[in-house]
Design a protein around this ligand. Structure first.
Ligand code: T46
Length: 137
């Protein structure tokens, strides 16, 4: 099964333009506890390089584009985000890297948990070790 899971949002358009509504436990598959956004990226910068123990997120590219690398310790997939009508759903224990930001790129991220630095796995070998540990899903 692909690591890349997109949620297509319903666009409520009329003669004035478009509107998309995001609701926790409705079109977003968790309670939304946090929203953050990433913008003004420096050229050629790469971000991420971590996984989470317990965090689900939906990433929406509100403007411009960027590339996400998703890795479950076995397979690695790349996907370009460039649509405000789709969200990339990233579940627990997925390694993510972000690159190729266009200068005007804005990413909005909806998160299932509050910010917790202890939830981050920042070492790739440690991530793979934890993934292979049968005591963890
Ligand atoms: C993820 C990708 C898509 C906070 O204080 N609160 C927050 O909610 C977040 C997300 C970050 N921070 C602080 C921690 C760092 O000092 O902001 C700084 C930059 O965060 P970080 O280096 O983690 O940013 P990215 O772009 O590498 O990763 C972020 C999220 O942390 C991560 O969960 O999946 O965006």
């Amino acid at each position: 099964m692909s690591l890349v899971k997109f949620i297509d949002f319903k666009v409520m358009g009329d003669h004035r333009g478009n509107l998309i509504s995001l609701e926790g436990n409705k079109n977003i598959p968790f309670d939304i506890k946090r929203v953050y956004y990433i913008f003004d990226n420096i050229a050629d910068v790469e971000r991420g390089f971590h996984a989470h123990h317990n965090l689900k997120q939906v990433v929406i590219c509100m403007h411009g584009e960027c590339t996400f690398v998703l890795d479950n310790g076995i397979t690695r997939e790349e996907v370009v985000l460039n649509s405000k009508t789709q969200g990339l759903y990233i579940e627990d224990f997925i390694w993510r890297e972000m690159k190729a930001f266009s200068p005007e790129a804005v990413l909005m991220v909806l998160a299932s948990e509050h910010y917790d630095e202890n939830d981050y796995i920042r070492n790739y070998e440690e991530f793979k070790r934890l993934k292979n540990d049968s005591s963890i899903k």
